[in-house]
Write a protein that binds this ligand. Structure first.
Ligand code: SAH
Length: 377
């Protein structure tokens, strides 16, 4: 396919390629659609571009304010102390986006030179385009950095502090719908009136027992019409964390949007230029996410022998970590930016903005004490 001026358009080509594949092989799962649309090497949304920031498609908490990454830096230093100040540990970030959170974290961690001397930083990033952006943003980082496309390839055997902001929400989801005759998977097929256009459809056969077992237990008896989402990538990720955190002391912090309890609902969404769009339209050109089920994440972590703190609303969690004191310190240093700093703090912690919708959850080695910030969660 090509644009009107004749230039090739890899994104339109991706839509056409998916339509051809579906015409030949039948409908595909939503998870298969999401991974192609986000990570197709030629046209995937993350694989090919830098979508994050004020002028781009969406803004994340570390992009709103340096205070977010700084508080996570102070939190990470606490974790290191609770782990007995190991003189070598892995500091891993999953899905670092533009690399801003790690930059702010490392700057804040300068208060503890021992932490920086012990940390081996690895950025786990699947997108070559974003790896390049991260290398630029982190060019003056106080310590050396490594990259990996998967957590599994980061060498094991050392204590671990892992952080991930808005990483889980873009891991692909499958959807199941409760019909009169039981659960059925919701798939991506072709529109009946236009075979070039992708549209939702249902699997021909009811979901199998192993598929139904993937659904959160509390939702398996949901009423007819209910849609329930599952995220196949979470199990393997927690298997990997289970192996690491049961062998060495460590913690993994996940911050994302979603409810504390499992709820039914179709939350698969596309964002482009800060506006909501048809999630099946223009694959490769729109950010695709679905909310995180924190109850399920906690249950899966506990079933692997790990300790769980949270989920706790982002606003209360940041307050417990000292957001107010951090904002006051910044204002003292830059009095003329007072109103901007106050507005940033409200945006990342206010109940109407990110403070309630987003949650923090920490998964830890069972031997460690409860992590700071979550004590009253
Ligand atoms: N944490 C950043 C970016 C969030 S966007 C922030 O808060 O601003 C999601 C990030 O996760 C992107 O960097 C994306 O490329 C990366 N990502 C998504 N799925 C991934 C996967 N399976 N493996 C590695 N990185 C992934």
């Amino acid at each position: 396919m090509s644009d009107a001026d004749g230039a090739p358009s890899p994104a339109r080509d991706l839509g056409a390629r998916l339509a051809e594949r579906i015409a030949a092989e039948g409908p595909i799962s939503l998870a298969a659609f999401m991974s192609e649309a986000l990570f197709d090497p030629r046209a995937g949304y993350y694989a090919t571009r830098d979508p994050i920031g004020a002028g781009a498609d969406y803004v994340t908490a570390p992009e709103v304010s340096q205070m977010f990454g700084e508080l996570i830096g102070v939190w990470a230093v606490h974790c290191w102390r609770e782990m007995g100040e190991p003189d070598a540990f892995d500091l891993v970030e999953l899905g670092p986006g533009r690399g801003v959170m790690m930059a702010d974290l490392l700057r804040a961690a300068r208060i503890r030179p021992g932490f920086l001397a012990a940390a081996q930083v690895t950025l786990v990033e699947a997108s070559p385009a974003l790896q390049a952006v991260q290398a630029g943003v982190l060019a003056s980082a106080p310590i050396g950095l490594r990259w990996s496309v998967r957590l599994e390839t980061v060498a094991r055997g050392r204590p671990l502090i892992l952080i991930a902001n808005e990483f889980l929400d873009c891991l692909p989801v499958r959807q199941f719908v409760r019909l009169a005759d039981g659960w059925r998977e919701r798939l991506v097929g072709l529109a009946p009136e236009d075979a070039g256009r992708l549209a939702f459809t249902f699997a021909a056969a009811p979901a199998s027992s192993p598929e139904i077992a993937l659904l959160p237990e509390t939702l398996r008896e949901a009423p007819e019409g209910a849609i329930v989402e599952t995220r196949p990538g979470v199990g393997p990720l927690l298997d990997e964390l289970g192996r690491r955190l049961n062998a060495q002391p460590g913690r993994a912090l996940f911050v994302d949007y979603g409810p504390a309890e499992s709820e039914p609902g179709d939350t698969f969404q596309a964002i482009r230029a800060h506006a909501s769009k048809d999630p099946l339209g223009a694959p490769g050109e729109r950010d695709l996410t679905a909310r995180v089920d924190f109850a399920e994440l906690a249950r899966e972590a506990r079933s692997r022998g790990l300790a769980v703190a949270g989920p706790m609303a982002q606003g209360r969690w940041l307050a417990a970590l000292g957001l107010e004191a951090r904002a006051e310190a910044l204002i003292r240093a830059r009095p003329r930016s007072r109103s901007a700093i106050v507005a940033q703090a409200r945006r990342i912690a206010g109940p109407q903005t990110m403070g309630e919708l987003f949650k923090a959850l920490c998964v830890s080695s069972p031997s460690l004490p409860p992590p700071v910030g979550f004590a009253h969660g």
